[in-house]
Design a protein around this ligand. Sequence first.
Ligand code: AMP
Length: 433
Amino acid sequence: METETITFNDLYLSRELRRGITEMGYREPTDIQQKAIPIIQEGRDIIGQAQTGTGKTAAFGLPLLDSVNARSKKTQAMILCPTRELANQVADELIKISKYVEGIKIVAVYGGKPIGQQIRDIKKGAQIVVGTPGRVIDHIERRTLRMDNIEVMILDEADEMLNMGFREDIEQILDNAPVERQTLFFSATMPKPILRLTKEYQQNPEHINVVKRELTASKVEQYYFEMKGSQKADAVRRLIEANNFKSCLIFCNTKREVDALLVKLKAYGHSVDALHGDIKQNQREITMKKLRDEKINVLVATDVAARGLDVDNIEAVFNYDLPHETEIYVHRIGRTARAGRPGIAYSFVTRREMGKLRAIQKYTKTKITLGKVPSYKDIEKLKETSIADEVIQTMKSGKLEKYDNWVNQLADEGYEYNEIASALAKILLTKKN
Ligand code: AMP
């Protein structure tokens, strides 16, 4: 069933780009890259249905970087992104890929940052501009960004841009671009408004879909738990404690739910933070870094806020609420089991949502196993086993002389060794996380 695999050598990329991606550790093109790159190279429009983590940035980035004229300083391509994080991420990836391409300049423009520096950067001659719609319009209106030489327009996470209310902005930008151009859409989902937009602004686009295939190959272990809304917070707590997760992501459907869960998990003593649309950009970047560095163990988020979140070490994803769309489920759980690591997804399902769960299983062609929320007794047992393992490991690795003195001092004061050991065990086993 497997179609013929295409290698990077088959893709007619310049030597400079091949050097760049080799340095970045790309060995084989991903599914979306294999399918999209040859079509984009032909100059055709595409609708790429792919989520973050599939390699979609390089799927449009590689042919784009090969087609722009690096000797000209004119802006020849524009990539629109829903958030500042994604714009930065895309620009960074393109800068890395094009490390050996001489003369290429890529500039990211977005709100929340002084416009002056961006104007100077564009003026120096940026062939590729990556931006959020609002700020791009701002530059167009100030005439600091010329659209008349644009040959390629790319919409990244188009569905998200529409969800965030950018439809009119996007239309205004596309209307400002020359009619003779290539237009590439990338979107995790394909709701009607997206289809309307492609009809209006694309010419005979090729539809490329990799969502399902990526998931079939997914390494995520998936479990569901049937419960009432009121039982969810306690279940999260138990699952985190029983598994001793260092890094997990919890998705709620609403901001209110995010805030309420944040308060509860804080009260349970977890190191937790939240992301949703009302949280300022600066704060969001700080929070993401904290999760990446494991300064916090739990991040509670809405879907919109988690877009552009690029963290490789997430051990578990919780669907605190089942998402309304199946594709969002796929998108959410794709945040774990990255870079060859294992990953677990937990979904909390109310009785009324069982049908939705069945639909997800059918769509994704994967099995979601009924899980059991561990009891406090189970947690205690797991904790005991893991601490016993740690003690044995520590004894095996030696280098305990420094601590011998400390124990002997207590023994000299008349305490028995087993008494000292039991007291230490009590301290360890009753400690909160
Ligand atoms: P994206 O879906 O564009 O957000 O990409 C997800 C991650 O995969 C990024 O860290 C990319 O650098 C990486 N990536 C993209 N293409 C490849 C490839 N062919 N091989 C290995 N990693 C890749």
